[in-house]
Design a binder for this molecule. Sequence first.
Ligand SMILES: [Zn+2]
Length: 455
Amino acid sequence: MEVWIHSQVRATFKANPDFRRMIGRSRLDEIERKDLEAYKIFKFRKLLAHVQENSIYYKKVLKDAGVGPGDVKTFDDLQKVPLTEPAEVAKEPFYFLCVSQGKVMRAYTTSGTSGLKKRIFFTKDDILRIIDSISAALRTVGMTKDDTLQIMFPTIASWDPGYMLDGACKIAGLRSVIADMLDVDEQIRVMKEHGTTMMIGLTSFIYRVTVLAREKHDLRSFGMKAIILSAEPLPESMRKEIEDAWGCKALSQYGLTEMGLATTIECHIQDGLHVNDADFLVEVIDPETGEHVSEREPGEIVLTSINYQATPLVRYRTYDLSCFINPPCACGFKTVGKVGKIQGRLDMMTKVGMGEKVYPLLFDEAVLSVSGVVNYQTVIEREGYKDRLRFRVEHLGDKKDAKARIERALVDVAEIKAGIDNDLLESPVVEMLDPGSLEFVPKTQSILDNRRLYG
Ligand SMILES: [Zn+2]
């Protein structure tokens, strides 16, 4: 991936005298982090000029803010440019379109995790870039022509990147097979038939397949090389179960359909996800003030797609919480930046008890740390003046023992403990169910608020 990113920087260096002037060098033998940073600012400025000229939305926003490409010279200067809200893209997709409709090759409608339907357009060049970057990312995690990638995004998920991934593999000469069925036996059958050596899919779905399949099969005998867990965050307890079951690394991947998917991928060091620095400019901001935060400090990820022609997005709010990590990385990458694992989503937060903020991932470490848990759902109820959390847990094995362990782990979660201590939250209720009792829902949508709200 680093080699691929450097090749993109070199191509830009060759084609643009402005970029050569900007970094003040006539040759680019070795690429350092500062060159990559300069490349991103250069690309950002070019992008601002492009959207100012061609997007109805950005033309107005940049005029109102009184900023243009010339005002952005450093990373700090990015803060002068207004953020883009996903709701704006959902409202008027054509205000963001920067090319004539004849040049649009593909259009994707995404609902994403926030439920807003957004229509995003890609030109042929945009699609080719995405395909190229996906294959670079797959090679980063060790995929070769001898491997077969099983693509496991159940059709029930709101996010359907399977076909894009499959296309990327085919064009790059890599083997892949789409397996989007919920049935676990079918998934295993496809693995055996195609000699699958790598998997990519929805995190909670691959976890479910793992927990259910390991009862019947020796999963280590499949010789899996790596498993890429996508579209949902990956709690460490879940990672450990998956790695133990298959005997290989489980790596996290994070991207948005709006950004063409191939945004970041984790390396085998498992300390953050490498950013595709050739195509994206990542910032992490304090969501309250909008200002940049320091390295490894938590904040909201803001993304700019610096290379797309059709629907490039400038300083796009993801509402995902993480942090930024500077290179180098122990995997050998010297210049490529990273983001930390995704910790949660800002707009998925709900308040309980005294105002303790809860979000779907908060309970993952507590519930999933207990072996045999397949999936769970969190329900918020109100009992008199108190809130109560109910956990509906699908489990395989000794339910009585698991129930007691989950209950103990839950009362240790700081947010629950504070609520109980202040007498505003009832003790959590844990309900044990057989696998398959709950409808499969992607993890990020799993808090059900059943409180009757007054006023
Ligand atoms: Zn690395």
